[in-house]
Design a binder for this molecule. Sequence first.
Ligand code: ADP
Length: 483
Amino acid sequence: MRPHRLLDRQLRKLGLSAEAPPSSPEAWSALLERISTTYAESDEDRYLLERSLSISSREMREMSQAMLSELEKRVAERTEDLEAALRELEKARAAAEEGTRAKSRFLASVSHEIRTPLNAIVGMSDLLRKTPLSESQREYVGTLHTACETLLALIHQTLDFSKIEAGKLDLETMRIDLQTCLDQALDLVASKAKAKGLELRCSVDANVPPRIVSDPTRLRQILVNLLDNGVKFTAAGHVAVTVGWQADGDATGFLLLTVTDTGVGIPADRLGSIFGPFLQVDTTTTRAYGGTGLGLAIVERLCELMGGSVTVESVEGRGSTFRVRLRADLAPESFTPADPFPAWPPDRAAAAHPSLRILVAEDNPVNQLLAVRMLESLGYDSPLLATDGEEVLDVLRREHCDVVLMDLHMPRMDGIEASLRIRDMFGEDARPAIIALTADALEESRAACLEAGMAGILMKPFRTDELQSCLAGLQSRSQGRVP
Ligand code: ADP
């Protein structure tokens, strides 16, 4: 056998070898002593090794514990910081939202306060225009009327713009007849174009689907804004709208609207900023033609909301071209258009023989008188009157009415409450159609009116032709039912 190298060395020091065992008891005892010492030393080494191992693992544990708790402390501090920042952000967001709500409420209530007297001014000047007047009186009333129209446009546009900016403008989607929508927009600018001797052109490409699904009010608003600008900034020549369609799948595509004019044009250095709010190239032109500088800003934002865009090209002194691209879906052929916008121009046949029994519910005496005069000027019989919701119900218990023109804000019982009661009192065929009269621009009020079963809303101030159009729509709907 070959012994361990250390044992071999010990044996040799003692003059022994594996092959030659100790020959004397002294040699044997010396060997045993050596072996025993070696064991003792190895015990000591093992003890020292185990000790040092236990110390370093304890230190390691302590170190990692310290690192862990340091890490946990830092994470906790960081979490606390983050939570504090989040709380601050949440507070800032709530404050911003409250600010936006306060702004909308403020705008709605200011516009409500402005609209109520404006309703009387617009309506009365409208009625006054239709009475015999001297030349100068006619001129004064005309100026009064134009100023009212400008003020009205300003209120509408400011409200629209702030609604869009606050993300509160919800788009409707419904089936619309494109040609009707175009005609309605063109009708609204036709008289202005005619007065300036401008030709109003319209062409629709053959591949344009006759019916699409979109938001009719906003589509019309885009068209009217662009056409109105075209007419406003053109002294001679024409304003033309062309409609194209770019398919993008079987049932969807882009509606392409181009409005071109032969007017003053826009300087090249202003083209980039023309869609900014309250931006006008030449304030002297604007002073001559009116305007708020909000029209194009609204157009641009509406186009974006409708999944599209608007661009402009223009040569100063030659004219401008605005190109609008709007995402739209094709309406299935079998569907009939469901645009609730009243026929425009109003149904003249129905309006010529007004036969509706109308109840006017309005607590403000000036606005009540105005509604009466407007109805009379349209050829309707003098309406029944009520000054609050309770009176409306009393009248309806006694008399048959086809239409209630219902102010929303009335003492004792408001218009919404009265409409809900009417819905409970009468069956669907027997109940009158209710048109809300409101100066309240809040979206919630609009929704509340529809929920209460009202057939339509007339925003104060409304003009005689708007009232006429609304009633004519109801009349043609109810013909055959009205006694
Ligand atoms: P507004 O017409 O009420 O002033 P808009 O936002 O509609 O406001 O237009 C902003 C400005 O852009 C106008 O004041 C006018 O300077 C310029 N502009 C818009 N459309 C035309 C156009 N068709 N031709 C020439 N200038 C235009």
